[in-house]
Design a protein. Structure first.
Length: 314
């Protein structure tokens, strides 16, 4: 049985601390639990949280010695207890797999475990992480980063993605998909590369172009141009581009490409359509273009993506 030890560092979000229990606690391997999960902290007892009820953490940092995987949650970017940093350094030196959820990346960075590595954290604190720890290659626009024995995730739902990714590594895609269904979340994206990165769209920040975006989504099978979008909006291409970037963080054509790939993924998951038909319906043109963009986005060919994510009736 794989032993997960959660290191709770104040301040911590109660939701973040609950994620390992929710995900790993639902995994079965050959009919028996696949993981045990225990939480520890530098000063056992009542741990205040930044978003919810206080936590009772009964175990001290000596529990880390039992771990096959150590997961760090919390800190909010604040300095971590020196004993936490010492234990993490010792654990990393022993070759134990270490991961962080959300602002737990600050703790790993303070321990020096992210120096020279790619890493991520909550997008709102990514600049702070980069400024305080210039030796870290901060990637603010990804859900999580797997750099071998050290993994980091962005905030909230991305922490779930990272935990599901660990389940897939340990027990395979079927186990990860089963626990994802039980938790009513999207299944983990498989990938064999040492560093697995998935790039989400930035959050949308305005509604002035919402109607045009909805119209474009309904016509992804067309070769939409900047002039088409501007005409629908009733404005100039220059104004369209400026407002589009302001509201989405992307240019119109970048946004369209993301949405086309999303549509292709949906069709791969839910239909048996041939690749050329999927490429046409999503506006990507050809099967070769579909393959190029999907590999660039998620690191998988269309056939591999379909094999891993084809939804079955249940």
């Amino acid at each position: 049985m794989h032993r997960i030890v959660l290191v709770v560092v104040t301040p911590v979000m109660s939701f973040d601390a609950s994620i390992p229990y929710m995900i790993f606690g639902g995994v079965e391997a050959d009919g028996v639990p696949g993981y045990t999960v225990r939480a520890c902290t530098a000063e056992p007892g009542i741990v205040p949280t930044a978003g919810g009820p206080d936590l009772f953490v009964p175990h001290g940092l000596e529990t880390v010695r039992e771990a096959d995987t150590v997961i760090v949650a919390g800190s909010g970017g604040e300095p971590a207890h020196p004993d936490v940093l010492r234990v993490l350094r010792e654990t990393a030196s022993a070759g134990t797999r270490i991961a962080s959820l959300c602002t737990g990346a600050f703790v790993l960075a303070q321990a020096g475990l992210l120096d020279g590595r790619p890493a991520t954290t909550h997008w709102a604190l990514a600049e702070a992480l980069a400024a305080r720890h210039p030796a870290v290659e901060v990637r603010p626009d990804v859900l999580y980063v797997d750099d071998g024995r050290v993994l980091t995730s962005a905030g909230a739902a991305a922490a779930i993605d990272l935990c599901l990714h660990l389940v897939r590594l340990d027990h395979g895609a079927a186990a990860a998909n089963a626990v994802a269904r039980a938790a009513v979340v999207s299944p983990v994206r498989p990938g064999g590369q040492a560093q697995f990165i998935t790039t989400p769209l930035p959050p949308e920040r305005g509604t002035w172009l919402a109607g045009t975006r909805a119209w474009a989504l309904a016509h992804l099978d067309r070769p939409l141009t900047l002039k088409d979008l501007a005409a629908h909006t009733g404005t100039s291409v220059r104004t369209l581009t400026r407002r589009f970037h302001s509201e989405t963080g992307l240019s119109p054509l970048q946004w369209l490409l993301h949405r086309r790939i999303d549509r292709a993924r949906e069709l791969l998951e839910t239909t048996d359509l041939p690749m050329d038909e999927i490429a046409w319906q999503s506006g990507l043109g050809s099967a070769d273009s579909l393959r190029k963009h999907l590999v660039g986005r998620v690191g998988l060919t269309p056939s591999a993506y379909r094999a891993g994510f084809r939804r079955t009736e249940r």
